[in-house]
Write a protein that binds this ligand. Structure first.
Ligand code: A3P
Length: 314
């Protein structure tokens, strides 16, 4: 359930080089001046890097591991997507009754009146974040992922949410040329990585979450200054498993997906057209031709050369 990733009316490249949907433009200033609170908890990422997974983990750590509460309310409501404002507003304008919109307001207004501590999700690159974030310094958990897996995931995401039919090769070309929404990928990651030593910033990776989820849960809880018992860690590990998340209707967007599939007349049973899709590390090996893998690796080497990440080839 990521309505804000649908570039319905094309994209706009900002002077900083960030690619954003044109629907974002009228809200850019409002977002820049969004009032941040020091006790907010932010999850930020480039799309398809494990945002939802991280959100659910962070929300539960911050809410006493209350699984019942988590299951009884959509993640989109518990952990709203800040800049999805344009799409949500369009839905409101297009509907006769506001209460059909899951937030009942645009995302900014909805978040502004939430009680503290607020849980806020964003894909904005550092340069487009609300200015107050650098003054109020709320806790930020950034999650990153191997770009080859993220690109494949993003491709299927566009097919699903956007009715994208432009083909695999064109999409991958768009990814490598940094033309997709929230690109450039590596600038996004590098700018957050530069903040890694700030006490209010934690950087996690999708790959670590797959390898050692209990370890990531513990580290994130420590960062959020929450004590978890071993039993809580084990309960969370189970709840956050791919199998559980896939069937969790507070997270998997099944309601929205059903609507979207009907609207675009998509095959109801296509296994790739789901939100919690494959959940693999290195899944690209089955979906990317060798030549494209080489191009991604060259692109990564080029982008990381001379940066703080130059020793990390993902
Ligand atoms: P795939 O499309 O590769 O399966 P985001 O939330 O940033 O949009 O990321 C979505 C990706 O995270 C999808 O990747 C999705 O399947 C994966 N994901 C979500 N929950 C997961 C979980 N519990 N375990 C592993 N992967 C998960």
């Amino acid at each position: 359930c990521k309505p804000g990733l649908m570039p319905m009316g094309g994209v706009r490249v900002f002077p900083s080089g960030c690619v954003m949907p044109t629907e974002y433009v009228p809200y850019a200033e409002r977002l820049r001046h969004f009032t941040v609170r020091p006790d907010d908890v932010w999850v930020i990422s480039y799309p398809k890097c494990g945002t939802t997974w991280t959100q659910e983990m962070v929300w539960l750590i911050g809410n006493n591991c209350d699984l019942e509460a988590a299951k009884s309310q959509l993640l989109l409501q518990r952990f709203p997507f800040l800049e999805a404002v344009s799409i949500i507003s369009q839905e409101i304008e297009g509907e006769e009754e506001d209460d059909e919109n899951v937030l009942g307001a645009d995302t900014i207004t909805f978040i502004e009146v939430l009680p503290s501590p607020r849980f806020i999700m964003s894909h904005l690159p550092t340069k487009l974040l609300p200015q107050e974030i650098w003054i109020k310094k709320p806790k930020i958990i950034y999650v990153t992922r191997n770009p080859k897996d993220a690109a494949i995931s993003y491709y299927h995401h566009h097919r699903l949410w956007n009715g994208y039919t432009g083909g695999y090769d064109t999409f991958m070309e768009g990814f490598l040329k940094d033309k997709l929404v929230y690109s450039p990928f590596w600038d996004h990651v590098i700018e957050y990585k530069k903040l890694e030593n700030e006490p209010h910033v934690l950087i996690n990776s999708y790959e670590e979450m797959k390898k050692d989820l209990p370890g990531v849960i513990r580290r994130t809880a420590k960062f959020l200054e929450k004590d978890l018992t071993d039993e809580q860690v084990s309960i969370l590990t189970h709840h956050l498993s791919f199998k559980e998340m896939k069937v969790n209707s507070a997270i998997n967007g099944e309601e929205f997906i059903k609507e979207v599939k009907e609207k675009h007349e998509m095959p109801a049973e296509d296994p790739e057209l789901t939100f919690i899709r494959k959940g693999e590390v290195g899944g690209y090996k089955n979906e990317m031709p060798e030549k494209l893998v080489e191009r991604f690796d060259d692109w990564t080497r080029e982008k990381l050369c001379g940066t703080i990440l130059q020793n990390e080839i993902m």
